[in-house]
Design a binder for this molecule. Structure first.
Ligand code: CDP
Ligand code: CDP
Length: 224
């Protein structure tokens, strides 16, 4: 008999978390939750409303009256903000540049984590982010911390943006990734850090297939 488990995948930007998390969830028939999309959605709304991104109290109150839903579709996970689909809008360079400042507010994180714990409470879940193993699915049977060199991660984002028709240079992406790594790792509220019981995977020279196979093997071990 197989056990129903929680899988937490953390790591810095463009390490391959969402690609692998999505694939693993599909293969196991689990629900996939991209927590970065939730932070991006509230950032997008705050920008639209011209709210000061340094004002943690205002942002937290805004979040409390905001619905963020993640729905699977054949074309990937769709993101709904107050019932309006914003899947592409939340990936804009403007949101990307601002999201780490929003995500640094402790009270806002508390509200997000509460929602994410609720989403994961019945297991059968693969969740990716920055603090999943340390603050959200703290008892997850499988915790992965994935990373890759900044150069490789910028290159991956560059190719991805090209496909999406977003015009950014490799240098800009390298700067953004390095800046977000620093903000996410140095913030006081649940910083990006490897959980003690997480398995580290360096994906710099691994293909998506190789990483996916490694994680599926670990998941099957934990499920049996
Ligand atoms: O896809 P990418 O790696 O560029 O970022 P993301 O996963 O969409 O996350 C965007 C930002 O949200 C991160 O840089 C963090 O500042 C924040 N985030 C967080 O603080 N905690 C999470 N669990 C997920 C994302
Ligand atoms: O979620 P995260 O920001 O960690 O990364 P991602 O969005 O899953 O991956 C960023 C890009 O890198 C995607 O276009 C993936 O197809 C690609 N990728 C890769 O080329 N090799 C890997 N081992 C993992 C991801």
């Amino acid at each position: 008999m197989t056990k129903n488990i929680q899988i937490a995948i953390d790591g810095p930007a463009a390490a391959g978390k969402s690609t692998i998390a999505k694939q693993t969830a599909e293969l196991l028939g689990y629900t996939y939750v991209d927590t970065g999309a939730m932070y991006r959605a509230i950032t997008y709304k705050a920008i639209q409303l011209n709210i000061d991104l340094q004002d943690g109290e205002k942002l937290t109150n805004l979040l409390k009256e905001t619905s963020i839903e993640l729905k699977p579709s054949p074309n990937g996970q769709l993101v709904y903000l107050d019932t309006i689909e914003v899947t592409d809008e939340i990936r804009s360079p403007q949101v990307t540049a601002s999201v780490s400042a929003v995500a640094a507010h402790a009270n806002l994180r508390e509200e997000m984590v509460k929602r994410q714990i609720e989403m994961g409470k019945n297991g059968n879940i693969v969740m990716d982010g920055r603090d999943i193993g340390t603050h959200v699915l703290t008892k997850a049977e499988l915790k992965i911390f994935m990373s890759a060199s900044v150069e490789e991660r910028a290159k991956r984002r560059f190719l991805e943006n090209q496909k999406r028709g977003i015009d950014t240079s490799l240098e800009e992406l390298m700067d953004d990734i390095a800046r977000r790594d620093k903000l996410d790792s140095e913030r006081e509220a649940s910083p990006l850090i490897q959980a003690e019981d997480a398995i580290f995977i360096d994906t710099t020279s691994l293909t998506i297939k190789e990483v996916s196979e490694k994680i599926m093997q670990l998941a099957k071990e934990r499920m049996s």
